[in-house]
Ligand binder design. Structure first.
Ligand code: MG
Length: 378
């Protein structure tokens, strides 16, 4: 089994604040750095090692494979060592990955695992593209042969026993990466060629560059449509507002057709399916439930996906009753739950001139269009 150690106890001195918690593509830097490892079958455990005082990082991870260890050391080396001691016994191969490398891809991880298992030690990196020179007191000392230069990244993968032994035998010496330690221990390390896009975010300049490389769309548009049948003996609820009328809408929940169209528009924008996928009408939990509660859950899912509502435009088609007096209250409800200003919420009512679904007073329909913004791009 492969175990992953993510050293995340650094003080981010060069960034000025904890870079791992900076918003990045709708999540945090550390969440994105860990995400590709989560769904890989080869990986059985992911250990994130943070400092004792860190409370925010542990709150971000609720995945069965992830454990957060609050025993980070003074140096990266010490933090990795403590992680290695805490890793489950079943892990015979260990990967170390920087918490601030959010562009790592599963293909590269697999390549490192493969070579680490075969050779005992493997490090991901790229060949130098620039000419590399050594410096002394602001003067160039000499020019190195670029073809011999390999820029090490992470993950770095090792046979666990080998890494443990390297730690013990090189005790007291300082290394900037684990491959360096294993080399000093006398073991050959295999170079795995990756991509230069696997950036480590160290300075504010790196962060600005990295944001440009993100592939998440800054905006997403969604559309929702719903119809419910009018019947006797039910309440008429639209946008969370109870409207006095002789008929009400039939449905498993409170049948708030307007709110259902809004929920579908949000799920549509996120391409997550429809309302039925999240709140099935076969589930007794949702019998008679207030649809605003479902909208609140939907808003939570939207937030988790990294998006916030830009604006929303809803049209309800009903022959009767007159909805105008209730529109403001509906806008207020939707704005409150979607955590936005009321000016971003439009609710319009129309009739279908005696035609269509609503014209014969058999039912009420609603359509909704929404625009979502990626959190930090607003
Ligand atoms: Mg519905």
């Amino acid at each position: 089994m492969v175990g992953v150690i993510i050293p995340a106890a650094g003080s981010s001195q060069r960034m000025g604040k904890n870079k791992l918690l900076l918003p990045f593509g709708g999540k945090t830097v550390i969440e994105r750095s860990v995400a590709p490892f989560l769904e890989m079958d080869e990986i059985g455990e992911i250990l994130i090692v943070v400092s004792k005082s860190e409370t925010k990082i542990p709150a971000l991870f609720h995945h069965p494979k992830v454990r957060v260890l609050t025993q980070g050391g003074e140096t990266r080396q010490e933090t990795v060592y403590r992680g290695l001691q805490a890793l489950s016994e079943e892990c015979d191969t260990v990967l170390i990955h920087d918490g601030a490398r959010p562009f790592i891809e599963q293909e590269e991880i697999v390549a490192v695992i493969w070579d680490a298992k075969e050779t005992g030690a493997a490090v991901l990196g790229v060949k130098a593209k620039d000419t590399v020179k050594t410096l002394c007191d602001g003067w160039i000392q000499k020019t190195l042969d670029r073809n011999e230069i390999f820029l090490a990244q992470t993950p770095q993968g090792f046979d666990r026993k080998l890494l443990e032994e390297a730690f013990l035998k090189t005790k007291g010496r300082v290394f900037t990466d684990e491959a360096g330690m294993v080399e000093a221990f006398g073991k050959k390390v295999k170079a795995v060629f990756g991509k230069s896009s696997n950036l480590k975010l160290t300075t504010p300049e790196d962060l600005a560059l990295a944001k440009g490389l993100l592939e998440e769309p800054k905006m997403k548009i969604g559309h929702g449509y719903d119809v419910h049948r009018l019947t006797e003996g039910r309440k008429l609820i639209l946008g969370g507002v109870e409207i006095p009328f002789s008929l009400g809408l039939l449905g498993h929940s409170d049948a708030d057709v307007l709110t259902h169209a809004v929920i579908d528009a949000i799920f549509g924008a996120l391409a997550l399916g429809d309302i039925g996928a999240f709140f099935p009408d076969t589930d007794e939990t949702y019998r008679g439930i207030c649809s605003l509660t479902l909208l609140e859950e939907t808003a939570g899912i939207m937030e988790k996906e990294g998006y916030v509502l830009g604006n929303l435009d809803v049209t309800v088609a009903a022959q009767a009753p007159k909805l105008r007096p209730y529109i403001e209250a509906m806008r207020e409800n939707l704005a409150r739950i979607l955590k936005t200003d009321q000016k971003n919420i439009s609710v319009k009512a129309t009739t279908e001139e005696g035609l269509g679904v609503s014209g014969g007073k058999k039912g009420i329909s609603a359509t909704a269009v929404c625009l979502l913004f990626l959190k930090e791009s607003q």
